[in-house]
Ligand binder design. Sequence first.
Ligand SMILES: NC(=O)c1ccc[n+]([C@@H]2O[C@H](COP(=O)([O-])OP(=O)(O)OC[C@H]3O[C@@H](n4cnc5c(N)ncnc54)[C@H](OP(=O)(O)O)[C@@H]3O)[C@@H](O)[C@H]2O)c1
Length: 347
Amino acid sequence: MNGLHVAILGATGMVGQELLDVLVERKFPMTNLTLLSSARSAGSRVLVGGKEYAVEQASPEAFRGVDVAFFAAGGQVSKDWVEAAVDAGAMVIDNTSAFRLRDDVPLIVPEVNAEEILNHKGIISNPNCSTIIMAIVLKPILDRAGIKRVVVSTYQAVSGAGGRGMDELRRQTEDYVAGRELEAAILPVANEPKHYPIAFNAIPQIDVFEEDDYTKEEWKMVRETQKLFKDPSLKISPTAVRIPVMRSHSESINVETVSPLSPEECRELLRNAPGIELVDDVTEQVYPMPLYASGRDAVLVGRIRRDRTVENGLNLWVVGDQIRKGAALNAVQIAEHAYRMGAFTKR
Ligand SMILES: NC(=O)c1ccc[n+]([C@@H]2O[C@H](COP(=O)([O-])OP(=O)(O)OC[C@H]3O[C@@H](n4cnc5c(N)ncnc54)[C@H](OP(=O)(O)O)[C@@H]3O)[C@@H](O)[C@H]2O)c1
């Protein structure tokens, strides 16, 4: 089969722009490209691999002839356009939470469950960014030693809230330095009644509060990881926090394993695991940090040490670029796998 007709819904956003970079960088087999947005950006022009493309307002006709449509414009927008795209014959790879927990939609991290891609019925979901970054590290540990329980705290970058989150941190930082009052309008959640400054702060709320006073982001980490590992009883105790970092999410992960796994064995395991780079040498003060993880494909792991309070426990510090592996790269890898598996030849 030759190249594919690719569409990106949300092409002018953080994830949409990263998708374009990743598609070009990885030489994705692409013959046509359709860039879609809302009326706000329609008509703007975007340079992709040296060629200029016009951004169009999303419409049913825009999906005609499209083989693979990456959706990155928010959950409601995905729900609004998925039928048009699938009816037009496209495989939708969705970056939002709209379909992730549906039984008929595979939720894919290629390093974890690439074989499930072919079960799709038109839609494949990319997991939540914090889920992807955690799952890629838990997978080899689960396979080797089994997992009893995970306690995870996230330190999430403002770009996780889109371009407007980054603008807010930039503006508040300038205001703080100039001694002006800080104005907050976006974080923690744009359409909630209260907003707090993120500059020089840490906000223990990402998305709205749900059952048992956990946030929606925290529940995503629980339910999506259980779906990825096909284990609805997997115990995950999450706390998700927004911090004043522009890009890349960090996670402190405490994992209690069924059988013993020493820090040395864990290092060796993760050194050889796909999608992971070991950055772990405390004698040289070497550990992962978001500033250095940004723009990187690999999820970085360090600070691996024994949890001395339980029989079989480890602590890890994990950092990943949530726009890249947490969104755009994972989505493109799904499409690459689907292409190699012949998913586009049958249509
Ligand atoms: N940022 C991250 O780290 C991250 C990671 C994983 C997943 N995600 C998910 O990916 C999605 C996009 O996030 P983002 O951070 O890229 O957001 P963003 O920077 O705010 O970009 C939103 C994009 O959606 C488009 N859009 C908005 N409303 C639309 C509509 N009614 N019809 C068509 N297009 C519309 C925007 O177009 P205009 O230019 O016309 O406004 C823009 O291209 C969200 O669901 C988010 O949860 C984000």
